[in-house]
Design a protein around this ligand. Sequence first.
Ligand code: F6R
Length: 361
Amino acid sequence: QKSGYKHFMLKEIFEEPSCIVSVLTGRIKDGRVVLQELEPFEVSLKELQTLKVVACGTSSHAALVFKYFLENMSDVTVDVDVSSEFRYKKPHIKPGSIMVAISQSGETADTLESVRLAKKYGAKIISVTNVLGSTLTRESDIVLYLNAGPEISVAATKSYVAQLVMLYLLAIKIIQSKESTGKRDFVDKLLRLPEVFENSLKGAESIHAIAKKYKDFKHFMYIGRGYGYPTALEGALKLKEISYIHATAYPAGELKHGPIAMLGPDFPVFSIIPYDSLFQKMKSNVIECKSRNAKILAVTNDENYELKELADDLIYVNTSDEQLYPVLMTPAIQLFAYFVADELGLDPDKPRNLAKSVTVE
Ligand code: F6R
């Protein structure tokens, strides 16, 4: 049931607009986010000051976007841990505190163990998952379902986009529990997201052409700042898991603390460089990479085409909603990884050594 697509992964990327619609449907009313599931927590959300989040892999990148967004938009502190680390640390969980556990499958062993540990210390659990009746749903106090439909390809794609949108809703819900009229302009942006997101898939053919040019490189550096950083992490993960090409991701400001030493003509830099408040900072990082003769591939919405001279290849995404860049720029990194793997003759749906649900640690 690939509906004419060569692989499930490609089909699932093209299902992202409908996943966004599913997540948003019935969740916004008169400028307010409606998450009825959270009603029992209404009081604690109002007083919420810190939130613990656990997740693995791609879900942990969604957690990071949630952290950047909620911390930028409110005074709530969001503490993100990869589940496999959290479960073996001193938990720092207070009775009555809230933990958000993000897991597409709801079966990831480390995330389940983190939830069990946090519950032992008195935390309440909100889980964000795609699989009805999964173990995580049974062990959580509240479940936010993604309704993204089954994800067959091992690599998470549409579920990541759905997680991001659900986490924006959760963040706004938390903010609106404190100030009921808060963030209406952002809520309007969320309402327009399905339509705006279509632009993100329009570049698929040009991304395919770029992938053909880059498929034989053995190393890639992904960089971003702010909201671009989690996208860089996700881009590198997608590329390594399905194409087996070495890819590493850094916040761009970290380059000169070590990783820039690796760059050269055989080490392209994939930069996530939206035209936001950090654009000029990113641009100087790109110039530094270019002066090491690294090829520059950039995903941007730079309408002034400042990057045209600088980048060897440009993936243009038509959008101007800064807080939504993590969603809108994601298809570019997913499609790039997909086309590289396919061009290398690999099956992106079944990467070696990986399972869809990681039920053992
Ligand atoms: C990457 C990928 C994995 C999962 C990770 C967590 O494409 O799929 O990194 O994101 O194994 O899985 P869930 O979200 O099911 O807990």
